[in-house]
Design a protein around this ligand. Structure first.
Ligand code: PLP
Length: 387
């Protein structure tokens, strides 16, 4: 057996594990302190009633012989794929064939698994900082990675790669910086991909948080994108499905990859749970939509509170407007882990160190709008005394 030694190139510990280890060590030493978890990427509000009702009904169907279901089709049930097209794409003038929509158990696994469609010697361009799945799965495959820094200097808007790259991961709105690209800016990436025969893997997990005009919600709003882009979406952050597990990936036939992805899924994926798919379908009903809007409004308000609160304390913060994340430039004299420790030890606040998202995250920490509102208020109070 020759094990995959590419794994040796991965950072020692997965970011969130390291955070958990440090927070647990602090709690063990100071059990009397309540930690305020301001960095979490996980949602905190319960699911809307309409979605819970749909899940109950789906469970009941499984309890009776006449309505029992076994495996779902690998690509997902047609009623959900059609609902995705009707509610997410048709209203934006995007025409998709149902065979191009694949229901998943969330974006995370598809973002990793899509990598199997490409030979290992492809070069990959990844925004720095970025959600770790793109770089980790590229390293696991032994690919050459070209980093595209997103810094204060360039307004967190990456420059196009100077050389030809084969695969480009774009996450917009961005986790962790909260950056979005305007229509014309994103069109440049699509044009680059067409000119260089590259593929864009477009992670739109935070699309529901876009609040400004002229920001595309889907890459397929751009001219020519269906030739060169795969779009990965999730119900996790839009509808609170981090535990339920459901998302979808669009692989247009024009990319030449749709049949390959179907083949891959049929071999290695036995479909998303029936209950999760019925829950996802309920997000498109009027009651489901209303419930989701209430939760999204709450998170958006929390994001605004954090950003305003930190600015009022004199800190330099970015994001929070079209994304649930606030990207905080740490005060001089700190790096992202030492500031993490500083906040933990002096305010009992747990944040996410920016360095965990790439080298360009070195002088930043990430705060999240998914944090408990009372904890946010308390955290802002505690930080008033921060030296
Ligand atoms: N993409 C981004 C940018 C994320 O931040 C996350 C989760 O935090 C995911 C994908 C994965 O989401 P899912 O729960 O759908 O696997």
């Amino acid at each position: 057996m020759n094990r995959n030694t590419n794994f040796d190139q991965l950072p020692d510990r997965y970011l969130f594990k390291e955070i958990a280890v440090r927070a647990a060590a602090y709690t063990q030493l100071h059990p009397e302190h309540h930690l305020l978890r301001m960095g979490v990427g996980d949602v905190s509000l319960p699911l809307p009633g309409a979605i819970i009702d749909a899940m109950h009904q789906a469970v009941d169907e499984l309890a009776h012989a006449e309505t029992f279901r076994g495996y779902s089709p690998e690509e997902g049930y047609e009623w959900l794929r059609q609902a995705v097209i009707d509610h997410e794409y048709t209203p934006r003038g995007i025409d998709l064939d149902i065979e191009e929509v694949f229901i998943s158990e969330g974006a995370g696994s598809d973002l990793g698994n899509l990598s199997e469609l490409f030979l290992d010697h492809n070069t990959v361009a990844i925004l720095d900082p970025s959600y770790p799945a793109y770089i980790d799965s590229s390293i696991m495959a032994g690919r050459e990675v070209i980093s595209l820094p997103c810094t204060i200097e360039n307004g967190f808007i990456p420059e196009l790669p100077k050389q030809k790259v084969d695969i480009i991961y774009l996450c917009l709105p961005n986790n962790p910086t909260g950056t979005v690209l305007k229509r014309a800016e994103l069109q440049r990436w699509v044009d680059y991909a067409i000119a260089n025969k590259s593929i864009i893997i477009f992670d739109a997990a935070y699309e529901a948080y876009i609040s400004e005009e002229d920001i595309p919600h889907s890459i397929y709003e751009l001219e020519g994108a269906k030739q060169v882009a795969i779009e990965v979406r999730s119900f996790s952050k839009s509808a609170g499905f981090t535990a339920v597990r459901c998302g979808y990936t669009v692989v247009p036939k024009q990319t030449g990859l749709q049949a390959m992805w179907l083949r891959r899924q049929c071999t290695k994926f036995n479909g998303t749970s029936y209950v999760a798919q019925r829950a996802a379908q309920a997000t498109f009903t009027p009651e489901g939509k209303q419930g989701i809007e209430v939760n999204l409004a709450y998170y958006k308000q929390t994001a605004q509170m954090i950003a305003d609160g930190l600015r009022a304390l004199g800190y330099e913060v970015y994001g929070g407007k079209n994304a649930p994340y606030i990207w905080w430039r740490v005060p001089q004299g700190y790096d992202s882990w030492s500031f993490f420790d500083h906040l933990l030890n002096n305010c009992q606040i747990v944040c996410t160190p920016g360095i965990g998202f790439g080298d360009a995250g070195h002088g930043f920490v990430r705060f999240s709008a998914f944090s408990n509102r009372k904890d946010v208020e308390e955290a802002l109070k505690r930080m008033k005394t921060l030296a």
